[in-house]
Ligand binder design. Structure first.
Ligand code: IPE
Ligand code: IPE
Ligand code: MG
Length: 248
């Protein structure tokens, strides 16, 4: 055997203390392409390769839940050709990775305004979700046409509707009930949020869920993001003291 091949899980990483939920704002495809004097589309193609790599790595390491911010409610404002490319890359990802997800026991889930996606993408998405429904190795949660504010508005509508129909007493509403009416119902909040490409903002991602999430922002552009840096961030996460408002 070749001894230079790195082990699937590096020694410095404590596999008993992995984050239960990692969320990633995959940013920087456009800047990656611009640096190379290429069209933004090339950046998105390279970014799709990183998605494959990071999903594989997460499964190998044993991350139970990975949420990837792939397309925001605001991203619909981008030029039509860019939106169309992102949608076709999404469909291609679903169609080409479906078998690997099945083989690797990965369950696909999606959050966001799925009804706004083009029909062919919705069909591929549904097919992949149906075929991976019983998988338990990891959940890959794609945020598609996702916006944190839209999610909160949908939650308020759902709860207000139940109150109007006398199915819920407004005085009984708790943070747990709110969480149960978000797209992420049943999922733990992210322990770790990574944003690539250096922007110090949340861009409407998981607004309710990140109340106590550890944040890590790297300057690396998404297409250049890889396993080594991901593992370093996980090790950094494991060294942090999370206090949740309490004393250390
Ligand atoms: C992330 O890369 C992909 C999406 C938001 C869909 P960007 O396209 O935002 O890349 P930059 O920020 O312009 O570099
Ligand atoms: C956030 O990136 C959305 C996704 C990664 C899907 P953006 O590139 O859209 O965010 P802003 O516009 O820089 O805030
Ligand atoms: Mg961006």
């Amino acid at each position: 055997m070749n001894s230079s091949v790195s082990p699937p899980v590096p020694e410095d990483l404590d596999v008993s203390k992995l984050p239960g939920h990692v969320a990633i704002i995959m940013d920087g495809n456009g800047r990656w392409a611009k640096k190379r004097l290429m069209n933004r589309i090339k950046g998105h193609q390279a970014g799709a390769e990183t998605v494959r790599r990071i999903v594989r790595t997460s499964r190998e390491i044993g991350i139970p839940l990975l949420t990837l911010y792939a397309f925001s409610t605001e991203n619909w404002q981008r030029p039509e050709i860019e939106v169309a490319t992102l949608m076709s890359l999404l469909k291609k990802f679903l169609d080409t990775e479906r078998n690997e997800m099945i083989e690797n026991n990965i369950r696909l889930n999606a959050i966001g305004q799925i009804e706004k996606l083009p029909e062919d993408v919705r069909i591929s998405l549904k097919r992949t979700m149906d075929l991976t429904e019983k998988n338990e190795g990891m959940i890959l949660n794609l945020a598609l046409s996702y916006g944190g504010r839209a999610e909160i508005v949908d939650m308020v509508k759902a709860i207000a509707g139940k109150a109007r129909d006398c199915k819920m007493d407004p005085d009984s509403i708790t943070p747990e009930i709110v969480a149960d009416h978000l797209y992420t119902r049943g999922m733990p909040d992210p322990d770790l949020l990574i944003r690539t490409s250096g922007e110090m903002r949340i861009s409407n991602f998981l607004l309710w869920q990140i109340a106590y999430t550890e944040i890590f922002i790297t300057d690396t552009l998404w297409p250049d993001f890889g396993k080594d840096e991901f593992v370093k961030i996980l090790i950094d996460f494991q060294r942090r003291e999370r206090r949740f408002g309490n004393v250390g």
